[in-house]
Design a binder for this molecule. Structure first.
Ligand SMILES: NC(=O)c1ccc[n+]([C@@H]2O[C@H](COP(=O)([O-])OP(=O)(O)OC[C@H]3O[C@@H](n4cnc5c(N)ncnc54)[C@H](OP(=O)(O)O)[C@@H]3O)[C@@H](O)[C@H]2O)c1
Length: 331
């Protein structure tokens, strides 16, 4: 398939209302930098994508810039280990911050950023997972390196109906963990049980967080941050870990050193954008094997034209599960 001169893209631009995502047409030759050219078939919408496209937070460090922190597609100009026709996935790095991202019919990136989509995952599966999958898998990976094993007690997941949260619930349940899912959405309790949560509860009351509270969680995975993270620190069991990757509920955490020095609670910061290449490959391998989830239970598809709407919805916290954006067919 020959590469056209122009492509449709959702570009972050400075507008009279501030930074906004705008559907536009760009020369393919002007998209991205790097030696690998990928025809994008699918992308997805993460919280950060919503923040970038609505101007709710200054994500792009240069403008104009194509949005989208994730992309999956077919190689059209070979580079590195990737051959023409290979299915690849790119998540994180500087996409949508300093480098053109996945919201375009083509993306050009350094070959080292791309990972072959492992069998039996499809390009659609890869975008149900996307940065959310990498983040959840990295969180579980770090907690297991800290000694977490099934049978040690419940693992708490906050923001459970969201992208990372729902993937984390499904991955943990699939690995045999007992999962307590916290959600602010009463109508998502049943769906979270179907994903494998043993218990589903409303968001924890974080008005008055005690220094040390009853020990409840063998480990915790946190999308919310703020006082929810402080509460997790006070309720995680002796020696347990907390994977902290989100700030959907705030950035300010008022806690003390007590959970860390008296109970040996471990706080693991998770950054899905930058971490060693070999770990990235291992995580994709795990997502195709022992951390494999039923992507159809979490993912739903929207067309490229609906992207601006989905970006607005995700910043209000009203999107459940993972939204894949269909940009083109793989063949
Ligand atoms: N560190 C990393 O590498 C990394 C990677 C990906 C995402 N993240 C961060 O992780 C978080 C989740 O990302 P996502 O893509 O899963 O977003 P998402 O789909 O919007 O999910 C966030 C969830 O958090 C809960 N929530 C939203 N606002 C809240 C509030 N004010 N107080 C308490 N809970 C609230 C909601 O779940 P319920 O209604 O179920 O409670 C919401 O669905 C975000 O902060 C994102 O920036 C970080």
């Amino acid at each position: 398939m020959s590469v056209p001169d122009v492509a449709t893209a959702y570009q972050l631009q400075e507008t009279p209302d501030g930074v906004r995502g705008v559907m536009t047409t760009l020369a393919v030759a002007a998209i991205g930098e790097g030696d690998l050219l990928v025809r994008v078939t699918h992308s997805c919408v993460n919280y950060k994508d919503g923040l970038a496209a609505t101007g709710a937070a200054p994500i792009a460090r240069r403008l104009p810039l194509i949005g989208g922190i994730d992309a999956a597609g077919v190689v059209v100009e070979a580079a590195g280990e990737h051959q023409v026709g290979d299915h690849v996935v790119v998540t994180g790095f500087d996409m949508s911050e300093k480098h053109d991202g996945g919201y375009a019919e083509y993306v050009r990136v350094p070959a080292s950023w791309a990972v072959p989509v492992p069998e039996p995952l499809s390009l659609w599966d890869a975008m149900v997972l996307g940065t959310a999958g990498v983040t959840a898998a990295l969180g579980i990976h770090q907690l297991e390196r800290n000694g977490l094993r099934p049978g040690q007690g419940p693992v708490a997941v906050t923001g459970a109906s969201g992208g990372v949260g729902s993937v984390a619930v499904a991955m943990l349940a699939g690995r045999g963990y007992e999962v307590t899912a916290f959600t602010g959405k009463a109508d998502e309790h049943e769906a979270l049980r179907r994903l494998g949560a043993t218990t589903v509860e409303g968001r924890p009351d974080t008005e008055k967080v005690r220094t040390l509270d009853s020990e409840m969680w063998a480990a915790s995975m946190d999308s919310v941050g703020g006082q929810t993270l402080a509460w997790l620190a006070s309720t995680t069991k002796r020696g347990g870990g907390i994977a902290s990757y989100g700030n959907a509920g705030g950035v300010k955490v008022a806690t003390t050193v007590m959970p860390f020095i008296l109970r040996g609670v471990n706080l693991f910061g998770i950054n899905s954008g930058w971490f060693p290449d070999e770990v990235r490959r291992e995580l994709w391998h795990r997502m195709a094997t022992d951390l494999r989830i039923d992507t159809a239970a979490i993912g739903h598809t929207r067309e490229f034209a609906a992207l601006p709407q989905v970006c607005r919805e995700i910043v209000t916290g009203s999107v459940a599960g993972r939204t894949v954006i269909r940009i083109a067919d793989p063949d």
